[in-house]
Write a protein that binds this ligand. Structure first.
Ligand SMILES: Nc1nc2c(c(=O)[nH]1)N[C@H]1C(S)=C(S)[C@@H](COP(=O)(O)OP(=O)(O)OC[C@H]3O[C@@H](n4cnc5c(=O)[nH]c(N)nc54)[C@H](O)[C@@H]3O)O[C@H]1N2
Ligand SMILES: Nc1nc2c(c(=O)[nH]1)N[C@H]1C(S)=C(S)[C@@H](COP(=O)(O)OP(=O)(O)OC[C@H]3O[C@@H](n4cnc5c(=O)[nH]c(N)nc54)[C@H](O)[C@@H]3O)O[C@H]1N2
Ligand code: SF4
Ligand SMILES: [Mo]
Length: 743
């Protein structure tokens, strides 16, 4: 490789991290972002990006006329290393989007009517508080549920705790990483968290199972992998699709979808039977090795080959590759793991292999991340709710550690069988129409609610179902709580407004507080504005709001070492105090203590498996209307293999529709992309397109929505999250939605 092809950006932060790599160039383009131009005369304000949830810290530059000129990374920030991804750079489009929600609105007429009237904040907030009181008095405040995501969620979680409801759920857990956390909690006694503490920069080998880094554009990981590519990192990618990271890998394993468990068990078999595991580590830190050894004895690579479509030779070779690199090796735990319904157990298998390789707590494996704890602003204890999410969840899904969105939906149905019923929803910064599967069920639940309040910045699909819409200003126009995230070095970061809120929009903290005051909860909001809270918190840890406004990010000393010392005594948070290869906790809950292989349904004749994922230029459906990012990519394409294209007589860019096993068809057409990069049993449709809200004028009608087709779900038996990859589709060349013309 020619070195001059690489971009090199020397960070000013401690350690002088060099970011390089052809992949980074491919991913982020040519521009360098982290220098303040000498000629610049305006002001800069610290921010934390809200375009996705990697939470990069940056600077918003405002010119002399008060216009936002650009947003760039903060050099002292370990999430961004001074560089934002293209979506973060384009975040200003969220502020400039003329389709934004502009004023509070109340529905006129019955639920289902699409007519809204614009009202003052006073009227909207009075209406919401009054309705909440009526519902609270009749059904208990616990019957009001919060579905949320993002930074704004914190303000509403505080409001909910203040009035005594812990009935909540997030698609970013139940439809995303819930099973991953449960799996690592069962194995190591602690979850993974975000950012994932995988020590890629020091690793010799990293395995990505489904994680499609490079399309999944989580900034720090993309930079780490780019660095690795320049430093002989051996990458193994397991994906039915030749993903971006597969193209940078030493090994690509084009696995038959849904069979990953067979591969993982076979890897365990090779590591154990050929004695390639880290014996000292396993001896000192793990529990249940002998049981695991017996359990995987029959899961040979030859057996796995029959399930996965991978050769036994390739399965062995990749196991050797990992063992060779041990302990500087990690199977990345993934993030969106809600796949096939045995998700906790599949991620458990990943957690177990990492333990066999001795990689947890080891350089080049997983490091011990640390965060700065921030003192809580003084206020009384929250009231004790009569029931919480636990009472409607844990009876069946014993490994759930937080509320589950789809269970909140179930508890809201007219014929709900849950112990307690939900009567109202606050939907805050989550477009559940696109993010919770089985839309018909969600709609049925919504029709049964006494109140649906939506807090959003954009007229997304969910706002069309609301009784009241409360328009929040964007992240560039508001304060939020400090970011205190876990990383190699503990840091805190500040987001502050760079510009005044446009239109009649308000920050989330203000909306939550105003509702709180109307509910008589002054004692939980003993401050006038969030700046007071932030300044108080900062002063307790030796900083101040003034200081943070100047620096944006502040680092603190790490108190615990990054890695285990050789032979160090260490107690894990599991019941046995060891890494549980054999999970006593899962066993006690009635689940398999060790992961087992289970066949999942395969596409019936004539059908293809629908798989979905990310595209680099967008975050779910939240950015497709962003004018800057829409310019970069305005629609998705359906990836189809040449063989399937031939059978269906398809051409590149031909418009098609999809129909799933439940006879559901996509509203919009999508263009075909014929490529060898996808297996012939599947099609790939990037998520986030196919918006049906006509108020999103830039993106409306463009591309197709995978969420419309995810009507069949398999619930993860441990956490209750929804496995969504068991949907099968056929390709239609004629528009199924065309109205019949009757002459
Ligand atoms: N640009 C961008 N980046 C993002 C986001 C975004 O919206 N946009 N969202 C962020 C969020 S919240 C998340 S959770 C992550 C999600 O991203 P990841 O956790 O990295 O990936 P997944 O969505 O789980 O999986 C997508 C990949 O799985 C492959 N796949 C499908 N079926 C199978 C299978 O049976 N086995 C295997 N091994 N692979 C399979 C698909 O081909 C695809 O490449 O991305 C994050 N990063
Ligand atoms: N079919 C299908 N379903 C999926 C996935 C998939 O790939 N396919 N992915 C799953 C995953 S991994 C995740 S994490 C979830 C994510 O699902 P969501 O939580 O729904 O996704 P977000 O993009 O975070 O939330 C979108 C909403 O937040 C609003 N918003 C953006 N910024 C702000 C703000 O500052 N304030 C307020 N109040 N609102 C704001 C947007 O306008 C939009 O309505 O979806 C899951 N569901
Ligand atoms: S990864 Fe990109 S979109 Fe996500 S927070 Fe960082 S800069 Fe923003
Ligand atoms: Mo996610």
């Amino acid at each position: 490789m020619k070195r001059r092809d690489f971009i090199k950006i020397t960070s000013l932060s401690a350690g002088g991290i060099i970011i390089g790599g052809s992949m980074l160039k491919w991913a982020y383009g040519e521009t360098t972002q982290n220098s303040k131009p000498n000629s610049f005369k305006g002001e800069r304000f610290p921010t934390i990006c809200e375009v996705c949830f990697w939470k990069c810290a940056g600077w918003v530059y405002k010119d002399e006329n008060g216009n936002i000129q650009k947003i760039i990374g903060n050099n002292d920030d370990p999430h961004s290393n001074g560089r934002l991804c293209p979506r973060g750079t384009g975040g200003v489009g969220m502020y400039n989007d003329t389709d934004r929600l502009k004023r509070p609105m109340i529905r006129v007429g019955d639920a289902g009517s699409q007519e809204f009237k614009e009202v003052s904040w006073e009227e909207a907030l009075d209406y919401v508080a009054q309705k909440m009181k009526t519902i609270g008095e009749k059904h208990g405040y616990e019957s009001i549920a919060l579905l949320d995501h993002g930074t704004t969620a914190n303000h509403f979680e505080h409001l909910f705790s203040s009035f005594g409801s812990e009935t909540s759920g997030e698609p970013a857990i139940a439809q995303c990483l819930g099973a991953r956390e449960a799996a690592f909690i069962a194995t190591y006694g602690s979850g993974i968290g975000s950012p994932e503490p995988v020590d890629i920069r020091n690793a010799k080998c990293v395995v990505f199972l489904g994680s499609h880094i490079g399309e999944n554009m989580h900034n720090g990981v993309v930079q780490d992998v780019s660095y690795g590519i320049d430093h002989d990192l051996s990458i193994i990618t397991v994906d039915p699709r030749f993903s971006t990271v597969a193209s940078k890998s030493k090994f690509w394993l084009p696995i038959k979808p849904s069979t990953d468990m067979a591969l993982l068990l076979a890897w365990m078999n090779v590591l154990i039977t050929e004695e390639l595991y880290d014996k000292d580590y396993v001896e000192q830190y793990t529990f249940g090795f002998e049981q695991l050894k017996a359990h995987v004895a029959n899961y040979t690579p030859e057996w796995a080959a029959t399930k996965t479509d991978l050769s036994s030779d390739l399965i062995r070779k990749t196991a050797y590759e990992m063992a060779e690199a041990s302990p500087a090796v990690a199977i990345h735990p993934g993030r969106h793991v809600a796949w096939y319904g045995d998700d906790t157990q599949r991620v458990r298998a990943i957690a177990i292999i990492n333990a066999l390789l001795g990689s947890w707590g080891r350089k080049g494996g997983f490091y011990f991340a640390e965060k700065k704890s921030l003192p809580k602003f003084p206020m009384p204890h929250y009231p004790e709710p009569k029931w919480t999410w636990k009472d409607i969840t844990l009876e069946k899904y014993k490994g759930a550690f937080t509320g589950v969105t789809n269970i909140i939906v179930d508890a809201s149905l007219p014929d709900a069988t849950t112990k307690h019923k939900v009567k109202a929803w606050f939907v805050v910064a989550t477009n559940i129409i696109q993010s919770i599967p089985d839309l018909k069920k969600t709609e049925k639940a919504i029709q049964n609610l006494d109140l649906l309040v939506v807090v959003d910045t954009m007229p997304m699909e969910i706002t069309g179902y609301a009784d009241v819409i409360l328009p929040e200003c964007t992240y560039l126009e508001r304060y939020d709580y400090l970011r205190a995230s876990r990383h190699k070095i503990p840091t805190i970061a500040l987001r502050m407004p760079a510009v005044e809120p446009k239109y009649d929009t308000k920050p989330g903290w203000w909306i939550a507080r105003e509702i709180g005051l109307r509910l008589g909860l002054e004692k939980y909001f003993p401050w006038e504005n969030l700046e007071e809270v932030l300044d108080w918190q900062l002063k307790q840890i030796g900083s101040s709001l003034d200081e943070m406004k100047k620096i944006g990010v502040k680092s603190f000393e790490k108190e615990e070492p990054l890695y285990l010392a050789k032979g160090e005594d260490y107690e894990f948070g599991t019941s046995s105090g060891k890494i549980e290869l054999y999970s006593t906790d899962l066993e006690a809950m009635g689940y398999d203590p060790m992961p087992k292989y289970k066949d999942h349904p395969q596409p019936p004749a004539g059908y293809l498996r629908l798989i979905y994922g990310r595209v680099p230029m967008h975050t779910f459906g939240r950015t497709t209307n962003n004018p800057n990012l829409n310019d970069l990519m305005s629609e998705n394409h359906l990836w189809v293999s040449p063989k399937i294209a031939k059978i269906n007589g398809l051409k590149n860019n031909q418009e098609v529709w999809l129909k799933n096993q439940d006879e559901i068809t996509t509203t919009n057409s999508v263009k075909v992309r014929i490529t060898e990069r996808i297996r012939h049993d599947s099609v790939y449709l990037p998520h986030g397109f196919g918006h049906t809200s006509d108020k999103l004028s830039t993106t409306f009608g463009k591309g197709a929505a995978d969420s419309q087709l995810t009507t069949s779900v398999v619930l993860d038996e441990v956490t209750g999250g929804t496995g969504m990859r068991g949907n099968f589709v056929t390709i239609l060349v004629d528009n199924p939605n065309k109205e019949e013309v009757v002459s």
